[in-house]
Write a protein that binds this ligand. Structure first.
Ligand code: ADP
Ligand code: ADP
Ligand code: ZN
Length: 219
């Protein structure tokens, strides 16, 4: 199975992709995580991307498309994948169509996790992750069971993203509406679009997504 999770920054794509990855044996492909790894590694690509990301703008299509083209060639993608944060522009969506067509693969769904703008600031400013294993948390909506200790790995160090601040949120939402929202009619026309209410509690969003995934054609 191959699917795309669409939705605004902080909408819950990463949270849900991690859950579906475990339950359906798919790999999560997050272009945001790939870019942050490039920044951490100090690569040329990372240096180019950092200032763009900190400003809440989109990294250029050719960089992103190159990254994904290389990634989906890896053997772990054979069993299917969840695209989290890609595509984010029409040229990226068209490039993905070509990449899949070249391999004779199809896309099962593009699922929009719909969350209104006014909920996004609190989602993003409360977000943090375990520095050791990457598990995601929220100050209000998803606290670790024991304060300061990761539920998954017991780690005690956490990190917050440089771009997760109230100032950058507006720019990121603008980019979403101007550049990414046109993908909704794009996938609607192809009969691939499904919509889930992303304001529901995390477990309920997962349940809705599972219902959709269960309707996929097998094979
Ligand atoms: P995205 O990958 O779309 O940017 P995340 O999955 O990182 O979003 O979620 C953003 C923040 O909101 C995280 O701190 C996460 O714990 C929290 N979150 C995710 N889904 C929900 C939800 N349905 N209700 C409340 N908080 C949520
Ligand atoms: P969020 O879901 O919270 O917006 P991501 O981790 O998906 O966060 O993305 C963080 C930043 O990385 C984006 O604001 C953008 O600068 C860059 N980025 C990630 N994916 C893409 C993409 N597909 N196209 C362009 N830029 C991207
Ligand atoms: Zn952890």
């Amino acid at each position: 199975m191959r699917l795309i999770l669409l939705g605004p920054p902080g909408g819950g794509k990463g949270t849900q992709a991690k859950r579906l990855q475990d339950r359906f044996g798919l790999v999560q492909l997050s272009t945001g995580d790939m870019l942050r790894a490039a920044i951490a590694a100090g690569s040329e690509l990372g240096k180019k991307a950092k200032s763009v990301m900190d400003a809440g703008q989109l990294v250029s299509d050719d960089i992103i498309i190159g990254m994904i083209a290389e990634r989906i060639e890896q053997p772990d993608c054979k069993g299917g994948f969840i695209l989290d944060g890609f595509p984010r522009t029409i040229p990226q969506a068209e490039a993905l169509d070509r990449l899949l067509a070249d391999k004779g693969l199809n896309l099962d769904f593009a699922i929009e996790i719909r969350v209104p703008d006014e909920r996004i600031v609190e989602r993003i400013t409360g977000r943090f992750t375990c520095a050791k294993c990457g598990a995601g948390y929220h100050d209000k909506f998803q606290r670790p069971k024991t304060d300061g200790v990761c539920d998954v790995c017991g780690g005690t160090e956490f990190s917050r993203r440089a771009d997760d601040n109230a100032e950058t949120v507006t720019a990121r939402l603008n980019a979403y509406h101007a550049q990414t929202a046109p993908l909704l009619p794009y996938y609607e026309e192809k009969g691939k679009l499904r919509v889930v209410d992303g304001t529901l509690p995390i477990d309920e969003v997962t349940r809705k997504l599972e219902e959709i995934l269960q309707t996929a054609n097998v094979g």
